[in-house]
Design a binder for this molecule. Sequence first.
Ligand SMILES: [Zn+2]
Ligand SMILES: [Zn+2]
Length: 263
Amino acid sequence: MTVFGELLFFGALVALANVAGGWLLTGPRAAAREGRLLRYLIALGAGFMLAAIFIEILPEVVRLWGRDTAQPEPGRAVLGAMTLLLSGYLLIHLFEHTVAPHFHFGAETHTEAMLPPAAAYTAIGGLSIHTFFDGVSVAAAFLVSQKVGLLVFVAILLHKVPEGFTAASIMLASGRTSRQALMATVVVGAATLFGVLSVAALHARVATAVVYALPFSAGVTLYVAASDLIPEVNHMERKNPVISVIVFAGVALFFILHLLIEG
Ligand SMILES: [Zn+2]
Ligand SMILES: [Zn+2]
């Protein structure tokens, strides 16, 4: 498979996982809406993502920045990369506090906060900015190497089903139909694919694009893992203490896959 084919294939898979999450809530077998599986995926995804950021992506970022800057002092060489990482983190913080102020992962149960349909549409808009960078993360990782790509693909994939479920749930809570809710997950999924294609197009023109895209999207992923998913785990833990242990299972799963892929 060519690199472009690879990006398209794995990008389409993560995008489809968004729609699958929406289908869980709106499809004929919506009994799955009690969502124990989704809660476990949120915790597993949080642990896996954190491990992928610190053990896989950041070492690659340091390697790329150390190689491409003539700066002999390692701390200064990665200064630009860390600034991009912080910018990625803060961008999602900004969107989740301006465009979509009431955003959280999981079922939307606070209808009072969601009632105006406009609030649901802006929440989907805000979420689409984040899913665009989910796509950027996957594509940038595959451009570094197939090994990094596969691990980041799994990291992103794990939170994609709960993400689609969240999008559909926001729409239903604001009184939209199941069909509209499913359409929202298609939009969120399409934004992911658009992120993948944007990196592919940029890479075709500027070969060093990945050097900048990787730390920035790592910052976005860090926000999703540490500031969207972990608070949700902390919240769910009150009802189900097992949830917080699943985060460690996510980290363990990362190390197992890492060993398998390193071969
Ligand atoms: Zn809510
Ligand atoms: Zn996401």
